[in-house]
Design a protein around this ligand. Structure first.
Ligand code: HEM
Length: 400
């Protein structure tokens, strides 16, 4: 369930089109790359709206992830209610970030992803089997968009079937995690922690195939159990809801653009550019969590003072007319222009290659199995998330 407050500017979407950034955000982009904005919790931030300045801020070492409170963009929570877990390197700066991120790179080599591909293809086909058995109609989110990436991330980590089932029960409760009350959120975090600590302890004794086993076997001396737990939980949370909603909104965008859907269905050669374009067009992470200036610095023609917060508005930067011709058109053949939907710089999404692989597998399997897939309800009946970190549809009833 989304938070019941006004959506802060960097996350705003157009009420007429769920894929488009909101009109105030567009206006801010037209006015300049840096926009001063007061969050609903009274905190002032700089919103970065243009593509060049977003990339520039992501590579400025004077902008710190570690110093940014996790609650900056979560107006319902107090500063003491969320802490950075050991291992959660998305909230760290170099050199600590570098030390931890380095330990997972071997899970994303071309060879590892090639090995993972047939297993992900099988998972996708199994999910489609389930969808075919229950429908038509079926809710595409429940039948495919959520389970496929969830099972994929369990496969990456190397969870057993029983662990996977427990994790699925846990994520069912978390659904769109930000929506929980602070107490519920804390309970879920504690539960997820206990769950993962049990797995890590078991694998210390008997490492299995998968990322957790690899961390234990190859980096067990330099990483504490708590760090391996933090890394694994970060992967579970960073890699699931994001991919699920890109698949969900991706199908919707294709249904809204039947010529593009036909192109993707009939010409698999377009897949590589198609998934990059869907990432750009949808930008489900409308904005990342922000950075704190460690000293005064110039960015986009303004002085960001030490201690001030800077939030990159990825969705509107990915529609910057100064960088993309006809930015609001979904064009699956558009040459990839380094879209910023995965962020940029040292924190650029560690799982980007796996996410793109999942998107390719998902859309090719889906359109092969259900070439005539279409909405089961009028388009205007669909509802979308309010304020959450990951944008998405609340359900997508389909027939085929
Ligand atoms: C379409 C799906 C995805 C989207 C839109 C997405 C987006 C992002 C973005 C914007 C960041 C940068 C955060 C920042 O700079 O503060 C990020 C980081 C990260 N993502 Fe993804 N992601 C996706 C899928 C995945 C997957 C599948 C995985 C895991 C297999 C993953 C793991 C991570 C991790 C571990 C980080 C932290 C990287 C770091 O701080 O060095 N993501 N992602």
């Amino acid at each position: 369930m989304p938070l019941d407050i006004e959506t802060p500017l960097p996350y705003q979407r157009d009420s007429a089109c769920p894929f488009d950034p909101g009109p105030r955000l567009r206006q801010a982009q037209r006015e300049g790359p840096m926009h001063r904005y007061r969050l609903p919790n009274g905190q002032d931030i700089w919103v970065v709206t243009r593509y060049d300045e977003v990339r520039q801020m992501f590579t400025d070492p004077r902008l710190s992830s570690a110093l940014t409170p996790l609650t900056l963009m979560l107006p319902g929570l107090g500063d003491d209610q969320l802490e950075v877990s050991p291992g959660s390197f998305v909230n760290m700066d170099p050199p600590e970030h570098t030390r931890l991120r380095r330990t997972v790179t071997s899970s994303f080599t071309a060879r590892r992803l090639r090995e993972l591909t047939p297993r992900l293809e099988r998972i996708a086909e199994n999910c489609l089997d389930g969808m075919e058995e229950t429908g038509p109609p079926a809710d595409f989110m429940t039948a495919f968009a959520f389970p496929f990436p969830l099972l994929a991330i369990c496969e990456l980590l190397g969870l057993t079937d029983a662990e996977r089932d427990e994790f699925i029960a846990l994520t069912g409760k978390a659904a769109a995690g930000l929506a929980a009350t602070p107490e519920e959120a804390k309970d879920l975090v504690d539960h997820a922690h206990r769950f993962m600590l049990g797995i890590v302890t078991a694998q210390r004794a008997d490492p299995r195939d998968g990322m957790i086993g690899m961390l234990v076997a190859e980096h067990g001396d330099e990483l504490t159990d708590e760090e391996i737990v933090g890394i694994s939980n970060m992967f579970l949370s960073a890699g699931f809801d994001t991919t699920a909603n890109t698949i969900g909104l991706g199908l919707l965008a294709l249904l809204d653009n039947p010529d593009q859907l036909a192109l993707l269905r009939d010409d698999p050669a377009v897949l590589d550019t198609a998934v990059e374009e869907l990432m750009r067009y949808l930008s489900v992470i409308s904005a990342t969590s922000g950075r704190t200036a460690t000293e005064d610095l110039e960015l986009g023609g303004v002085t960001v003072k030490a201690g001030e917060y800077v939030v990159p508005a990825l969705a509107v930067a990915n529609r910057d007319p100064a960088h993309y011709a006809d930015p609001d058109r979904l064009d699956l053949t558009r040459p990839p222009g380094q879209q910023v939907g995965f962020g940029y710089g040292v924190h650029r999404c560690t799982g980007a290659t796996m996410a793109l692989l999942e998107l390719k597998i998902a859309f090719s399997a889906l359109l092969r199995r259900f070439p005539g897939i279409r909405l089961a309800v009028p388009r205007e009946e669909l509802a979308f998330r309010g304020y959450t970190m990951v944008h998405g549809a609340l359900g997508i009833p389909v027939v085929w």
